[in-house]
Ligand binder design. Structure first.
Ligand SMILES: NC(=O)c1ccc[n+]([C@@H]2O[C@H](COP(=O)([O-])OP(=O)(O)OC[C@H]3O[C@@H](n4cnc5c(N)ncnc54)[C@H](OP(=O)(O)O)[C@@H]3O)[C@@H](O)[C@H]2O)c1
Length: 290
């Protein structure tokens, strides 16, 4: 976190579900030690999956759970407020109106400044905005979607009008497809990588997918031409999209962070021609783009 902050990062993402709350505790402890001025950084957290198996405590955005959820989060963070509180997934059973009212109240009580959505469908987001406008409540202002060279459809197609018509923000996640786009899986699964971790079996299929690996391999010549690494190129590609408000990047060690922070310089070198070459590698045809 210190290396990120020194490099200009001011946005730190978390969720109550990460390591069952432990992740917020660890980040809160780090913030206490770092003693940064509170106004100089943002922390965000997300609620949906819940921490307990009680009735209506799992996979929900009901009012009781959201309010108890933010109270628990703030206790773990040892903070008075988070900057953005996200609804980590849409809840198909709780009326959106109930969720909007609860998020509005949380903001009014000063426990969060803004609220957002994560992996919601565009129609659910528009419904939330409309309900908020009807009752003069705080609207959701940003979506936290997956967006990377392999995962483009929802962001580029489904959300297009959200960005254009509503000025909706986006704090995108997994820009390196969990490390796949760094090229580290081209010759198998390194022992010290995320895909080798216990509990990350879900990643195996993707990081051993021959078609995906071939696309990553083909990207190398473009990175070489630009004089950068695959990680830097893949991050730069996300940054280049004007609808991306911020890129939430992950790093398991400081060297990765130092490498990745240079992506900003590469983004300015990405010409239309290079972007077209990248689209071809990833099988995106011109008519699809229009
Ligand atoms: N809203 C949601 O549902 C949701 C879902 C997922 C993530 N997120 C958020 O987004 C954040 C970032 O997601 P992510 O961690 O999946 O992002 P990512 O940038 O796609 O993957 C990060 C991982 O890639 C590897 N890596 C990064 N830079 C590297 C480099 N230069 N060389 C080699 N390996 C490198 C590291 O893993 P190893 O070194 O361990 O291999 C690192 O932990 C998360 O921490 C979370 O806050 C949100």
């Amino acid at each position: 976190m210190a290396a990120a902050y020194d490099a200009g990062v001011n946005f730190f993402d978390n969720a109550e579900a990460y390591a069952s709350g432990k992740s917020e505790e660890v980040m809160g402890e780090a913030l206490k030690k770092l003693k940064w001025r509170r106004g100089s950084y943002l922390v965000t957290t997300k609620i949906f999956w819940g921490l307990h198996d009680g009735v209506n405590e799992r996979n929900t955005l009901n009012r009781k759970r959201l309010i108890e959820g933010i109270n628990g989060s703030l206790e773990r963070w040892q903070l008075e407020y988070v900057d953005v509180l996200y609804c980590h997934r849409p809840d198909k059973t709780t009326p959106i109106e109930e969720t909007v009212w609860a998020m509005h109240n949380i903001i009014e009580w000063g426990k969060a400044f803004y609220w957002g959505t994560s992996q919601w469908d565009a129609d659910e987001i528009v419904a939330a905005i409309n309900i908020a406008e009807k009752h003069h409540l705080h609207k959701p202002v940003t979506e936290q979607p997956e967006y990377n060279l392999f995962e483009r459809q929802r962001f580029e197609k489904q959300y297009a009008r959200l960005f254009k018509d509503y000025g909706y923000g986006s704090t995108t996640f997994s820009p390196l497809a969990s490390g796949m786009l760094t090229g580290k899986y081209l010759n198998g699964i390194p022992e010290d990588s995320r895909a080798a971790l216990k509990g990350f079996d879900w990643l195996h299929e993707s990081v051993t997918d021959k078609e995906k690996l071939a696309r990553v391999d083909a990207l190398q010549s473009i990175a070489d031409e630009l004089g950068c690494t695959l990680s830097q190129l893949s991050l730069a590609w996300v940054l280049k999209n004007p609808n991306v408000s911020t890129v939430i990047t992950g790093a398991s060690r400081v060297e990765q962070l130092h490498e990745n922070m240079k992506a900003g310089e590469i983004a300015s070198k990405l010409t239309l021609e290079t972007l077209k070459q990248i689209d071809t590698i990833f099988g995106v045809k011109e008519e699809e783009e229009e």
